[in-house]
Design a binder for this molecule. Structure first.
Ligand code: DOR
Ligand code: ZN
Length: 435
C-alpha cells in the first residue's frame, strides 16, 4: 500500500462553495493542510482532481456482513470492497452472524479478521440477548466496539432481547443502543390474521406500522438524559411523530425506504422483502421530508445481502433484506442533484452525524487533523446501476435501472487509496490495491 503523503490539487469542498480549486495535503493518514500553500515535507503522490468535489467518506451505522457463518452471502472482505466502491469508509457490522456477536471473544475475532482483510474501517455491534450483560460489560472499552443492537422483534437470525435484560442494560451501559424496533407481539398478531398464500405484496401488512410505532414508543419510554437510544431504519410516517415527541431519541433511514413502496413489489417481488417493510407513498414522502428538515439524523444502509437463489424462493421462505453499500451514497447524492438535500445536509446525514452518534470524533468532515477518509465525486451526470457494476457478493440491487448520482471516482481510507474507478485509473494512471 502506498503510504506516501498525498496532495490533492484543485478539489471543491462541501461547506466552501465559493472556493473552487482548493489543494489538500494528507500526511500520516490525516488531513494535514486544507487550502493555502500546500507543500509536502516528503515526496508525495500528487493528483489533479480537476475541480471534483472531495467528500467525507460515509459512516454506515448499520451493515450485515455475514462473517462468520453466512459468507456465501458476504464476508468482511467482499463487504469492505463494496463499501469503498460506494464511498463508505466506516462500516458498523451487526451481530446476527453465526455465531452471533455476544461477547469479547466474538468481537475480537471479528476485529482481527477485519484488520487482515478489510479495505475500510470496521466497528462491531454486540447483540443484547437474554443474558449477556456481563459479556457486554467487558467490551465497552474495546476499540472495535460500536454499541449494542437490540432486537424487539424477530428478523434474520432470530435474536430477541429480553425485557429485563434491556432495562438493566440501558441503565448500566453508557454506550449507543441501536434498536430494531418492530414489536414482536404485534408481528405475531398480524401473522395470525394473515390470509393463505401471502406474497411479497402482503409483506407490509404482515409487519404493519403498528409494530414499529409500538416499538418506537417502547424505546421512548426507556429514554433518560444521557442515554443514547437510536431507532434503526424508520419506515413509516407515524414513527416520525414519536420521534418529534421525543427529541432525545435519534434515528436513521435507509435508501430503500426513501425510494420504494409496497407497490414496487409488483415488479421486484422478494427483492423488496425487507424488515421493516417498505410501505406507502405517503410514508416514503414523509421520510424524505424528515431527512431534509433534520427530524431524521442519519442515512444507514441496513445492507443485508442474500443471494439471488435465496431471493428466488417462494415468499414465505425467501429471506428478508436488501443490499445497499454500493448504492447508498449515490442515492443520497441523487437527492442533492434533485434539490431535496443540499450537499452539506447530505454530508451531515451520511458522515458527520453518524460519526458523532458513534462517538468517532476523528472523522465525518474534511478538516485539518481528522482522518483522511474521503472520496472524489463528479456531481454531473448519473449512474444507472446494473448487474455487472456491483462487487458485493450479492450481485443484485432493487436500484437496478434507476438513475442515481455517479459513484466515487476514487476513495481513500486514512489517506490510503482503496478504490479507483476505471475513469480515475484512466485519468491518473493510479490503481488501488483491490483493483
Ligand atoms: O430485512 C432485514 N434483514 N431486516 C433485518 O433486520 C435483518 C436483515 C438481515 O440480517 O438479513
Ligand atoms: Zn439490520
Amino acid at each position: 500500500m502506498d503510504r506516501r503523503s498525498l496532495v490533492l490539487r484543485n478539489v471543491r469542498l462541501p461547506g466552501r462553495p465559493g472556493h473552487p480549486g482548493t489543494d489538500v495535503l494528507v500526511e500520516g493518514g490525516l488531513f494535514e493542510r486544507i487550502g493555502g500553500a500546500v507543500t509536502p515535507r516528503e515526496p508525495a503522490v500528487e493528483i489533479d482532481a480537476g475541480g471534483a468535489w472531495l467528500v467525507p467518506g460515509a459512516v454506515d451505522m448499520h451493515v450485515h456482513l455475514r462473517d462468520p457463518g453466512w459468507t456465501h452471502k458476504e464476508d468482511l472482505q467482499s463487504g469492505s470492497r463494496a463499501a469503498v466502491a460506494g464511498g463508505v469508509t466506516t462500516v458498523c457490522d451487526m451481530p446476527n452472524t453465526v455465531p452471533p456477536t455476544l461477547g469479547l471473544e466474538d468481537l475480537r475475532a471479528k476485529a482481527a479478521r477485519a484488520r487482515e482483510v478489510s479495505l475500510c474501517e470496521m466497528r462491531f455491534f454486540l447483540a443484547l440477548a437474554q443474558d449477556n450483560l456481563d459479556q457486554i460489560a467487558r467490551c465497552l472499552e474495546e476499540p472495535a466496539f460500536a454499541g449494542v443492537k437490540v432486537f424487539l422483534g424477530a428478523t434474520t437470525g432470530d435474536l430477541l432481547s429480553g425485557d429485563r435484560a434491556l432495562e438493566r442494560a440501558v441503565d448500566r451501559f453508557p454506550c449507543l443502543f441501536a434498536f430494531h424496533a418492530e414489536d414482536e407481539t404485534v408481528l405475531q398478531e398480524a401473522r395470525r390474521g394473515a390470509g393463505p398464500d401471502p406474497t411479497a405484496a402482503d409483506h407490509h401488512r404482515l409487519r404493519p406500522p403498528e409494530a414499529v410505532v409500538r416499538g418506537a414508543l417502547r424505546v421512548a419510554g426507556l429514554w433518560r438524559p444521557g442515554r443514547r437510544l437510536h431507532l434503526c431504519h424508520l419506515s413509516s410516517a407515524r414513527e416520525l411523530e414519536v420521534l418529534r415527541d421525543h427529541p432525545g431519541l435519534t434515528a436513521e433511514v435507509t435508501p430503500h425506504h426513501l425510494w420504494f413502496t409496497a407497490q414496487d413489489t409488483g415488479a421486484l417481488g422478494n427483492w423488496l422483502k425487507v424488515n421493516p417493510p417498505v410501505r406507502l407513498a405517503e410514508d416514503r414522502e414523509a421520510l424524505r421530508r424528515a431527512l431534509a428538515d433534520g427530524a431524521i439524523d442519519a442515512v444507514a444502509t441496513d445492507h443485508a445481502p442474500h443471494t439471488l437463489e435465496e431471493k428466488a424462493l417462494p415468499y414465505p421462505q425467501a429471506p428478508s433484506g436488501v443490499p445497499g453499500l454500493e448504492t447508498s451514497v449515490p442515492a443520497v447524492l441523487r437527492l442533492v442533484q434533485e434539490g431535496l438535500l443540499t450537499l452539506d445536509r447530505a454530508v451531515e446525514v451520511l458522515s458527520a452525524t453518524p460519526a458523532r452518534l458513534l462517538g468517532l470524533r476523528d472523522r465525518g468532515a474534511i478538516a485539518e487533523g481528522l482522518r483522511a477518509d474521503c472520496f472524489l465525486w463528479d456531481p454531473d451526470g448519473t449512474w444507472v446501476p446494473e448487474a455487472g457494476d456491483l462487487v458485493s457478493r450479492c450481485r443484485w440491487s432493487p436500484f437496478f435501472g434507476l438513475p442515481l448520482a455517479r459513484r466515487p471516482l476514487a476513495t481513500w481510507v486514512a489517506g490510503v487509496l482503496v478504490h479507483a474507478s476505471s475513469e480515475f485509473r484512466h485519468r491518473t494512471g493510479i490503481t488501488a490495491p483491490a483493483d
